[in-house]
Design a protein. Structure first.
Length: 480
């Protein structure tokens, strides 16, 4: 049951109807009192005998009281009824105007929120919600601050302060917090929110990929795509420290957190609603079938994710690792050793449990499958940019994507990962293969330089955010 809001109900949506009932009941209460008094006056006439000198005056008095009683019983109610109908008509007309205005406002608010995909992903508790809890300056919490019985454009807090109920008139300027964990929500929750967890085994390069993608976007977002980048720091991410390390040719610390760690930033076209992106990192051990236990099932951020990026370290494919080890020292790439089919199975089972879907059912989500460490000698010629351009010199995205998929699928089959490939294609609504190098080279003291990290990110984001997709097309850059 919803609790009562700490606000005063709107007059037109509550108090006015109370007053209308009082007017009606008051009018007819007076009418009944007058009729009762007239009847009582008849009963108070004293009769002393038929030949008494008071008979004739009493008869005249009786006639007068009878006429008065008839008048009060018929005429007075008609007058009261007519006046009451007139009052009701005026009040109802005002209520009708207010109700129409209320419907217009609430529909406008809902349509605006729907069109602009207004939502929030909390980086602390991982929950998703449309509106945060808003705080009045007196400290009262308003968890349903929208047009309603407490007010149309504004509601009156119990302290007397008037609070805006829509984004049109400033709701986003109020202090806002997560309704589940009280985390501070910036900009009053006025943003579209897109959550993309990055999945991969231990040492597959998730943290490097996330931070290098953000660094690349921070550098290129406006000049290349016409988008404004703004880093949204929270209490858990280490983006600023990781930027310093990567810029100095050092690797970020290995992620040891078994809870999703949200790296948040906005990527917004000029003049549009803020587009808040969450790239989520988590320890790769979470996908180890022998050690994850029930921990992976507590990551409710997976339930509310809009899409996923699945990282594949080519060195986690044993036959390919053996081949590369004959020509180079694979240890310098800090490759993952967890089998990719094991990692995928653990992840898919977790999603199936969360959504209560059948083991053979397809999950309704998009997945960018990214082969990392494309700087491994020879890999670029097999599945990287040079291989794609060789087979599909056209820059048209659909031809590039088709060729990229063919090359990556061929690569997986060549090294006996058919089970992984079949599982991947049968479990997700849509997948697209990509290759990238999050670092550009092995650690040698030189700043790292990522390549192609933006492409899988934009492939997913453009499927979700119409304003980002439209802006990139208008800007003439259609690399994704």
């Amino acid at each position: 049951m919803r609790h009562k809001q700490p606000a005063q109900p709107s007059y037109f949506l509550y108090g006015g109807f109370v007053d209308l009932c009082k007017v009606i009941s008051g009018a007819f209460d007076n009418c009944g009192r007058i009729i009762a008094e007239s009847a009582e006056e008849i009963g108070n006439i004293h009769w002393e005998g038929i030949w008494s000198f008071t008979v004739i005056p009493n008869l005249f008095l009786l006639g007068f009281y009878l006429i008065k009683l008839i008048s009060t019983a018929i005429v007075t109610p008609l007058i009261c009824f007519s006046i009451t109908v007139f009052q009701i008509a005026i009040l109802l007309a005002l209520f009708l105007i207010a109700s129409i205005f209320f419907v217009i406002i609430i529909l406008s608010d809902r349509i605006y929120c729907t069109i602009n995909a207004i939502a929030n992903h909390c980086p602390t508790c991982q929950n998703k919600f449309s509106l945060p809890v808003y705080y009045c300056s007196c400290g009262e919490k308003h968890d349903r601050l929208r047009p309603g019985v407490y007010g149309i454009l504004k509601r009156k807090c119990n302290c007397g302060n008037k609070l805006p109920t829509t984004f049109f008139n400033g709701r986003q300027k109020l202090e806002a917090r997560c309704p589940y964990c009280d985390y501070n929500i910036k900009d009053g929750g006025l943003n579209a929110s897109w959550c993309i967890p990055v999945i991969g085994g231990p040492d597959s390069g998730k943290t490097c990929y996330i931070n290098m993608t953000m660094m690349s976007l921070e550098k290129n977002a406006f000049s290349k795509y016409g988008l404004q980048f703004k880093y949204e720091k929270n209490d858990r991410d280490e983006y600023e420290e990781n930027v310093r390390r990567l810029s100095n040719g050092r690797l970020p610390d290995k992620t040891g957190d078994d809870r999703l760690n949200y790296y948040q930033f906005s990527l917004t076209p000029n003049g549009t609603t803020k587009q808040l992106i969450s790239l989520c990192d988590v320890t790769g051990e979470l996908f180890n079938v022998n050690t994850s236990g029930n921990t992976i099932n507590t990551q409710i951020g997976f339930r509310y994710a809009n899409a996923f990026i699945l990282l594949i370290d080519p060195l986690s494919i044993q036959e390919y690792r053996n081949e590369v080890s004959k020509v180079t020292n694979v240890n310098i790439y800090k490759g993952s050793v967890q089998p990719i089919d094991e990692m995928l199975d653990t992840f898919v089972r977790a999603l199936q449990n969360m959504f209560s879907v059948d083991a053979k059912a397809m999950l309704n989500t998009d997945v960018a499958v990214v082969f990392t460490k494309a700087d491994i000698p020879g890999l670029n010629g097999k599945i990287g940019e040079s291989a794609v351009l060789k087979k599909a010199p056209s820059l048209e995205p659909k031809f590039r994507y088709k060729t990229q998929n063919e090359l990556c699928e061929q690569f997986l089959r060549e090294y006996n990962e058919d089970s992984f490939l079949n599982n991947l294609k049968s479990r997700f609504k849509s997948i697209q293969f990509f290759t990238c190098s999050a670092l550009g080279h092995i650690m040698n003291g030189q700043p790292f330089a990522a390549s192609n990290v933006e492409e899988p990110f934009f492939w997913l984001v453009r499927k979700k955010s119409r304003v980002i997709d439209r802006t990139i097309k208008i800007g003439g850059t259609d690399k994704c």
